[in-house]
Design a protein around this ligand. Structure first.
Ligand code: CAO
Length: 418
């Protein structure tokens, strides 16, 4: 014969007015002893309150946001058998927060004895036992699921959405958990600025390259003292025609020489990953900083142009980029990319390969440096170079050969002026 029992908030260490942040059951649910029924949030931790007896939920007596204390009736339960003397009290279980409330001696769930295997035993996943059970049944690792419930808790819909996305081939296959929602305004004044289309497209491309290309960056210095002397002597020629002769055009010429020397840098993996496409043309992507974000227009046939033609074209594409007038054709077909931060500063950086290119050269600011020439220390203008490459295609020895060759070409301006 069944009877009705009140299920009360157990001893939660004397904490009063603890908020109900989740109700995990509904009338009609069949509960087993120790099934969690609500989640409470105290000052320092979140706790799940289990029932101390099994039965059918008749009526829920609390609602979300209620502040409750020890002894508050949470729900009534239809329990099989005669009414008994009160049973042992079941303690709450801390599921989140490193510090436990001083009262509720929390029951740390160990992976081995947990009935919800396959999830973190405590701490880093915010989900009710029901959701954990569901995740376990579906083989979902909850650490990969973003929570959209109160306080970013993972709810059943999040688990289903995750499974749906995985089945439809979505996701990057890296099992990376989505970013958590953070209310930054809680910590101070903020301003929200929507990203430009360019920002978003760049983010997608950079992220794809970053996660799919195994990167290595090789550093080297180039002595550009002679090159700079030549540039100073000739920059008026360019200025008279309305454009600027900067170190970049010499670097572009030197890169073409190094691409010819180490042709694997002038290649791309095809989409299957089974073939390497070797290119017989020399088109260079040039990273350009614009008020709307980073764009990479492509200068075509660099091998067929001299430094003045390149300076003119560089001026034109930089202007087009900054005026937001580049077309997809202007940005297609690069073989290798140069990212020059030399006009700004910095000593070295690790650029991200602009896939499907397999290499990118980062150029930092040149600096007059005391340098040994024979037995003498003399001031030389030294240019720092950072070469990132796709290690699936390029091995370290080829990369070192490329950058050493590049450095030698930059040191000898006579090979760069035509
Ligand atoms: N060392 C020292 N000085 C350098 C230099 C270097 N490596 N590179 C350029 N300079 C000098 C130039 O000579 C010029 O000075 P002068 O007018 O006295 O000759 C000055 O710095 C400014 O050059 P610039 O930046 O206008 O021209 P550039 O040809 O070097 O570069 C461009 C053109 C479009 C690449 C550049 O303007 C730009 O946008 N750079 C940023 C690229 C970027 O954001 N990359 C990051 C990608 S990853 O996030």
């Amino acid at each position: 014969m069944a009877h009705i029992e009140d299920i009360l908030v157990p001893d939660i260490g004397g904490a009063d007015d603890v908020e109900v942040i989740e109700i995990l059951v509904k009338p009609g649910d069949q509960l087993q002893e120790e099934d969690s029924i609500i989640t409470l949030e105290g000052d320092k931790a979140t706790m799940e309150v289990p029932t101390n007896v099994g039965g059918i939920v008749k009526e829920i007596k609390v609602k979300l946001g209620d502040l409750i204390s020890e002894g508050t009736v949470i729900l009534t339960l239809e329990v099989e058998g005669e009414a008994q003397a009160p049973k042992k009290e079941v303690s709450t279980e801390t599921v989140a927060g490193a510090a436990t409330p001083k009262a509720a001696a929390p029951k740390e769930r160990k992976a081995a004895d947990s009935k919800h295997e396959g999830v973190a035993p405590s701490g880093d996943v915010y989900a009710s036992p029901g959701v954990r059970r569901l995740a376990h049944e579906l083989g979902v690792d909850l650490r990969n699921v973003g929570g959209t419930g109160p306080k970013n808790r993972i709810i059943k819909q999040d688990v289903f959405a995750y499974v749906k996305k995985r089945l439809s081939g979505g996701g990057d296959g890296l099992q990376v958990a989505p970013a958590r929602k953070v209310d930054f305004a809680k910590f101070g004044e903020i301003e929200t600025i929507p990203l430009s289309k360019i920002n978003k497209a760049t983010a997608v491309n950079l992220h794809r390259s970053w996660v799919t290309i195994p990167h290595v960056t090789q550093f080297e210095d180039a002595d550009i003292t002679e090159m700079e002397a030549f540039r100073q002597e000739n920059k008026k020629v360019a200025a008279d025609k309305g454009y600027k002769l900067t170190p970049l055009v010499f670097i572009m010429k030197a890169v073409v020489g190094a691409l010819k020397e180490v042709p694997k840098f002038n290649a791309s993996l095809d989409a299957t990953g089974d073939n390497l496409i070797m290119k017989k043309y020399f088109h260079l992507g040039i990273a350009v900083d614009t008020p709307n974000g980073l764009v990479v227009p492509v200068v075509k046939d660099v091998d067929k142009k001299d430094i003045y033609e390149l300076a003119k074209e560089l001026g034109e594409i930089s202007e087009k980029a900054r005026d937001n007038k580049l077309t997809p054709v202007d940005m297609a077909g690069s073989c290798f990319t140069i990212s020059s931060l030399g006009g700004i500063g910095g000593t070295a950086f690790t650029p991200i390969v602009n896939g499907p290119d397999v290499g990118i050269l980062g150029v930092s600011r040149s600096k007059l440096t005391p340098t040994y020439v024979g037995d003498e220390i003399v001031p030389r203008l030294i240019l720092p170079l950072s070469l990132s490459y796709d290690h699936r295609v390029i091995d370290g020895a080829a990369a070192a050969r490329f950058i050493v060759d590049l450095s030698a070409r930059l040191a000898d301006v006579t090979g760069l002026t035509h």
